[in-house]
Design a protein around this ligand. Structure first.
Ligand code: ADP
Length: 273
């Protein structure tokens, strides 16, 4: 596989990916980035979801990035994160047809023509799925690792497995799998409901020999805050959901910084035709 050149000043670029849309990939990317920042790290987040950029909304940001010089753009900033989104560049209402070379040039520009400065981690919110655009993007990005987000259902897990296979094909280490919408705790009774089943992602991680990074419950408060541009880790860092994300962030950083190393068993060989 082709290896993308590293980006000066950025120590680790990681991808947050999912096998399909709507599983909570952007929500996870955003709160994971905030969790890393809460560890005292310098963190940026790049919204490369060309099909549905959602970081402007999740972080309550709008406006066009300032041009610093030539083609270089200044990232926007929020909650201590440096932020760049394809949503800042294209009109949200206008549907876009992305052709291969455009995907390449958009990701290249957002990675390399942005004044990110000095970062410990740049979190890339990838487009959902495992098609050509996703593969192109994974190859164009100098990734230190990938986090895969899935819901517990079989179908989502099948897609997640494809995601793991895609990153293995590009020789990107899998930092782990997150189970989102893992269960629901009724706010009135405290009774727990496993709406989409529960524990599937942990099992799948075990089967694939990759770390399991945690279970995020389905939570109304989390959704309301997300959609209001007030991500839970920034607004309520001690809430139970925030603790899950912060714990996830610590595991990811431990793997990236080599403290404890990647808790990864020998990966089974996957051959993709
Ligand atoms: P994706 O990036 O995979 O398309 P999003 O992160 O945009 O998914 O999430 C899709 C929707 O689900 C959003 O409205 C988001 O607020 C909501 N959502 C995501 N995770 C949770 C959760 N754990 N609990 C409640 N709502 C969630």
């Amino acid at each position: 596989p082709t290896r993308a050149a590293t980006i000066p000043g950025i120590r680790n670029v990681i991808a947050v990916a999912s096998g399909k849309g709507g599983v909570g990939k952007s929500t996870t990317a955003c709160n994971l980035a905030l969790g890393l920042a809460a560890e005292g790290l310098k963190v940026g987040i790049l919204d490369a979801d060309i099909y549905g950029p959602s970081l402007p909304k999740l972080l309550g940001l709008s406006g066009k990035p300032r041009v610093i010089e030539g083609r270089t753009l200044a990232p926007l900033e929020r909650f201590g994160l440096k932020v760049m989104s394809i949503g800042f560049m294209v009109d949200e209402e206008t549907p876009m047809i992305w052709r291969g070379p455009m995907v390449m040039s958009a990701i290249t520009q957002m990675l390399r023509e942005v004044a990110w400065g000095d970062l410990d981690v740049l979190v890339v919110d990838m487009p959902p799925g495992t098609g050509d655009a996703q593969l192109t993007m994974a190859q164009a990005t100098p990734l230190a690792g990938a986090v895969i987000v899935s819901t517990p259902q079989d179908l989502a897990l099948l897609d997640a497995r494809r995601g793991v296979a895609m990153f293995r094909k590009t020789e990107v280490p899998i930092l782990g799998i997150v189970e989102n919408m893992s269960y629901f705790l009724a706010p009135d009774t405290g009774k727990r409901y496993d709406i989409f089943g529960h524990g599937g992602a942990r099992q799948e991680a075990g089967r694939l020999g990759v770390p399991f990074l945690g279970e995020v419950p389905l939570d109304m408060n989390l959704r309301e805050r997300s959609d209001a541009g007030e991500p839970v880790v920034a607004m309520a860092p001690d809430d139970p959901q925030s603790r899950v994300y912060r714990d996830m962030a610590r595991q990811v950083w431990a793997a990236l910084s080599g403290a404890g190393g990647l808790k990864q068993k020998a990966a089974p060989t996957i051959i993709i035709e």
